[in-house]
Ligand binder design. Structure first.
Ligand code: DGY
Length: 434
């Protein structure tokens, strides 16, 4: 156990950069990513609180004037990644950061529950509370940004306009949306496939779609209302919204601890209630026993189940019966004895691919949220299995980005794929073990 933790610490230390941030993985991801940063801070917090705080501070320092926090902060010049700042051109937005170059899209808002967990790890110390009091308004402003700019139907659910905003980049979830688009063939040099085997990454044609949506956003200078009107991709994601709800809950709790802030608490509470109601009414599918993505552009639920479908457990939104349904689906479709939990996409579906990024492999950050979600509803045994599977995968294979869910893997000796020495796999392993 200690040996594994020491190895994890080494991964984090190697990936920590002079600018006060941590890269997810050398070569493949050479900048700071929004949701990675949050999970990474939890790993640091167990042995170096200063670094945990710096990670959070640096990320929040890149916030725009309108409260938006970008998905990648380009702290350095690096030609090992595409698309870089010259493609994204987020400075087209009048309120973008003057200090940092970044993308003009975001990622799941984890920072609320990350602050809460940091306080837990530091046993409620005054120093951490003091740190939180300096950072929390930025996280609050980020939530206000979402509710005021991305809640298209005023229903408490916020949209994502790009698959990269979901975090689950090439999920089969988006396949039907790609069919509604016909983007030009872009000419560019892929950089990811010079670090990772192409069979584990998205296809060139998928990248054409990704780039095209960015071009649409650029055409409208990253204006949210225009994007909502014109983006071919506009989705209510159960993962993104569950994370927002869970972070709301954390902000309410932290503001109460800090004292004052009644207006902010009232705002968050009213949003919270509405979000939970709409999440259950609009995204839960009784027949499939899962929360689904909702395609706003084409006005339909997307009828596929992924690990995102179970993350509302972490937010506390489902009632007892819904939670029971979710667990049943997870066990039946994802939880066979020959499988590690939890595959990122329905293993019984023909679109499942055990090696390809978000089309099937197990991810440690998803498992971390599922573990806490299952525990929240009292499914301790299943939660424990998710945790043990995570530990076993890392122990057997190393700190990879994602893992094969098949216990007997016929294709390879190692079941770890994507980037090696991947920061959040290391950070969350530490958090699991401490
Ligand atoms: C990538 O380049 O695949 C990143 O995950 C985008 O966020």
């Amino acid at each position: 156990r200690d040996k594994l933790i020491n190895k994890a610490i080494k991964v984090l230390e190697d990936n920590f950069q002079d600018g006060g941030f941590t890269i997810p993985s050398k070569g493949l991801y050479p900048f700071q990513w929004k949701w990675d940063s949050g999970f990474i801070a939890l790993g640091f917090a167990h042995y170096d609180l200063k670094k945990a705080k710096i990670e959070v501070e640096t990320l929040l320092d890149a916030q725009w004037e309108n409260g938006f926090i970008p998905h990648i902060i380009f702290h350095t010049d690096s030609d090992s990644y595409f698309p870089g700042p010259d493609f994204h051109q987020s400075n087209l937005h009048p309120q973008s950061s003057k200090k940092y170059r970044s993308t003009g899209m975001t990622q799941p808002p984890v920072m609320g529950f990350i602050l809460e967990r940091l306080l837990e790890i530091d046993k409620g110390s005054d120093e951490m509370l003091e740190f939180i009091s300096k950072q929390i308004d930025k996280v609050y402003e980020n939530h206000v940004y979402f509710y005021e700019n991305r809640d298209w139907n005023n229903e408490g659910l916020v949209y994502i306009y790009h698959n990269w905003e979901s975090g689950t980049d090439n999920s089969p979830m988006w396949d039907d949306i790609w069919l509604t688009m016909d983007p030009p063939e872009y000419e560019f040099e892929r950089r990811d496939t010079s670090h990772v085997d192409a069979s584990q990454r998205p296809s060139k044609r998928e990248y054409d779609h990704y780039l095209y949506i960015i071009d649409v956003a650029k055409k409208y200078n990253y204006d949210d209302a225009k994007i909502a009107e014109h983006s071919p991709f506009l989705v209510l994601d159960p993962l993104f919204n569950s994370i927002l709800i869970r972070s709301n809950e954390a902000l309410i709790k932290l503001y109460k601890l800090l004292g004052g802030n009644d207006e902010k608490i009232a705002y968050l509470k009213s949003k919270q209630q509405k979000s939970i109601q709409s999440l259950n009414a609009k995204l839960f599918n009784e027949e499939l026993g899962a929360y689904l993505h909702f395609d706003l552009r084409n006005n339909r639920q997307i009828p596929y189940i992924s690990s995102s479908s179970f993350t509302p457990l972490y937010s506390g939104a489902p009632d007892r019966a819904m939670a029971e349904r979710l667990v049943k689906t997870m066990i039946q479709k994802f939880g066979g004895e020959d499988r590690y939990l939890c595959a990122s996409f329905d293993p019984t579906h023909e679109k499942f691919n055990p090696k390809k990024y978000w089309r099937g492999p197990v991810w440690i950050n998803m498992n971390w949220m599922l573990y806490h979600g299952l525990k929240r509803y009292g499914y301790d045994e299943l939660g424990q299995r998710v945790k043990n599977d995570s530990l076993e995968l890392v122990e057997n294979n190393g700190f990879f980005e994602y893992f094969d869910s098949r216990k007997a893997n016929p294709d390879a000796e190692k079941s770890g794929y994507g980037g090696d020495n991947f920061s959040w796999s290391a950070a969350l392993l530490i958090d699991f073990l401490k």
